[in-house]
Design a protein around this ligand. Sequence first.
Ligand SMILES: [Fe+2]
Ligand SMILES: [Fe+2]
Length: 237
Amino acid sequence: MIPLEPTASLAELAAERPARARIFERLRLDYCCGGAQTLAAACADRGLDAATVAELLEAIERDGPPADPVEERDWARAPIDELCEHIVSVHHQRLREEMPRIGELTATVARVHGEGRPELEMVERAFAALREELEPHLAEEERDLFPACRALERQGAAADLDLATVDRHQAEHEAVGRKLAALRELAGGYQEAEALCSTHLALLTALSEFEADLHRHVHEENNILFPRLRGLIAGGG
Ligand SMILES: [Fe+2]
Ligand SMILES: [Fe+2]
């Protein structure tokens, strides 16, 4: 195995071996919207030792559990059509299932425990705002962007997809990423030990899983799909 370079970007490292995203998530290293930063810089920012983190990343390949074939698929080399299908059937589907459920949990927790705890209502509102931003974004991807990606794969640069559209989607991801980080902060970092009741515990667990899946989803779009689209639009394959 090639030793892992601390000068590689988090996006490259996660795109090469998707299982690494789990470690990045656990260490709170932003591999999705902040994926351009190098492992060394990201670790320095978080006060972590890059060599130790590199060892951890190498160890999961050596000693980790058997890989989940869907999660571990090398999307960087899969047909764009299949990557789009995966994003919709796994990540968009999960969001559509989870967003109403989490919305209800935020409302229940704010209603039951909100007195003297204004941050619980702020979590409810912050989640609702995030959901309002995500729903039309998902719909637009399914209606316009992904069909255009498939056409681009078939027809190359002749297809009707331009760089400005790809850049706009990426900017929307950045806005979502900022809201997601603010939500985590408002909710006290999703510390399960701080849960006020079993509903609050269910909410914190759900938000933490929601965040991890959204990071993976945005990573697959920003760092795998979009660079391929930019290459095809430029005519370079
Ligand atoms: Fe998406
Ligand atoms: Fe997206």
